[in-house]
Structures are given as C-alpha cells and as structure tokens.
Design a protein around this ligand. Structure first.
Ligand code: HEC
Length: 167
C-alpha cells in the first residue's frame, strides 16, 4: 500500500517557492558565463608569430651560447661524407632523416611534424633506394619506430632508424 502523502498549504508554498527560485537562477545566470564554463569552443587558427622555438628567458651568457650551438646542430643537414652542398658529414649507417629540424619543424624549429613529411623524400634522396614503410606517408605525421624488446628479449623501447645509407 502506498503511504498517504499529505501536503499542507505551507508545504505547497515552500515547493512553489523552491521551483520559482530555480527558474529565476537559470534566467539570471549570464549566458557567456554558462557557455564559458560548460561548452568547448574552437578558438580557430592563431594569427601572428608562433611564439615558440625561442630560448627560455633570463639565460646566462653561457647558456645562450649553448642554446645557439645546440640549435645549429639541430638545424644541420647531414650527408654521409659532407660532400653534398650545404651538408655536414655524419649521416648513417642508419637514419630516420638527415636533420633534426626536418621533423621538428612546426610551428617553429624544435616543434612537431611539418605539413609535408620529409621522410618520404629522404628515403630516395641522392639515388637511395630505401623502401618507405606503410606507416610513413607524404601527408601523414613524421614517424619513428620503437621496439618493445631487443633481439635478446630484454626490454627496449628506444627509437630505431627506418633507413640505411646503403638503401
Ligand atoms: C624522423 C623524424 C624525426 C627526426 C629526424 C628527429 N626526431 Fe625527435 N622526435 C620525433 C618523434 C616522432 C618524436 C616523438 C616520438 C615518440 O615519443 O615516440 C620525437 C621526440 C623527440 C624528443 C622528445 C620530445 C618530448 O617531448 O618528449 C626529443 C628531445 C627529440 N625528439 C629530439 C630530437 C633530436 C635532438 C633530433 C636530431 C638528432 C631528432 N629529435 C630528430 C621525430 C623525429
């Protein structure tokens, strides 16, 4: 049997008051506040400079020098013997690209994938005959392979090279 519910005049007044207050609250809450709090908004493409790729502020003179040397090495393009114009010696025997900055390019040097994946071109650069793996595509992200285990079964996890200088 259902319990008998008796609503007194005072009780009814309290319920009406509570509902009324609730309705009033939703009407009064500023719309911008509620959308800022509860809705995701796409700010769109940012304009202006990248605001990235620079040195942290207030570095010592030595640290600034170190940053410069590091940046130079990062931007350097390598070939096997450095005989190709605008390259330094040192590429190979295995590699993922011929420069760090080629992959770490967007929105500034040190960043992430450029729009066109340079790994596709580098696989066949200077008559090289590397096979491009299925997971590397011209309009896809730059990719590196990591292996879970080394050939001897011990844990690996490190980055491995996709290409070789012999092709
Ligand atoms: C073939 C493209 C490619 C090249 C060339 C490359 N990187 Fe990367 N780098 C990546 C990718 C992809 C990741 C993320 C990999 C992951 O986490 O599995 C990464 C991650 C990193 C990270 C870690 C960043 C973080 O937020 O944890 C550092 C540091 C780094 N790279 C430095 C370098 C340096 C230094 C060089 C040059 C010697 C270099 N990379 C060359 C593609 C590249």
């Amino acid at each position: 049997m259902l319990p008998k519910v008796r609503i007194t005049r005072r009780g009814l007044g309290a319920i009406v008051l509570a509902i009324g207050a609730g309705l009033l609250m939703t009407a009064v809450l500023p719309r911008e506040v509620s959308s800022d709090l509860f809705a995701a908004r796409d700010p769109g493409v940012r304009t202006g400079p990248a605001g990235a790729g620079g040195m942290l502020s207030s570095r010592t003179a030595l640290e600034q020098q170190l940053f410069g040397v590091g940046l130079e090495a990062f931007e350097e393009v390598q070939s096997v013997q450095g005989t190709i114009p605008q390259t330094e010696a040192g590429l190979g025997p295995r590699f993922n690209l011929d420069s760090c900055a080629g992959c770490h390019a967007q929105p500034a040097i040190g960043g992430t994938s450029p729009a066109v994946n340079p790994q596709v071109d580098v696989a066949n650069k200077e008559l090289a005959t590397n096979v491009i793996p299925f997971f590397v595509t011209q309009n896809g992200p730059v990719r590196e392979a990591r292996f879970k285990f080394k050939p001897n079964g011990t844990p690996d996890g490190g980055v491995h090279a996709l290409f070789t200088i012999t092709g």
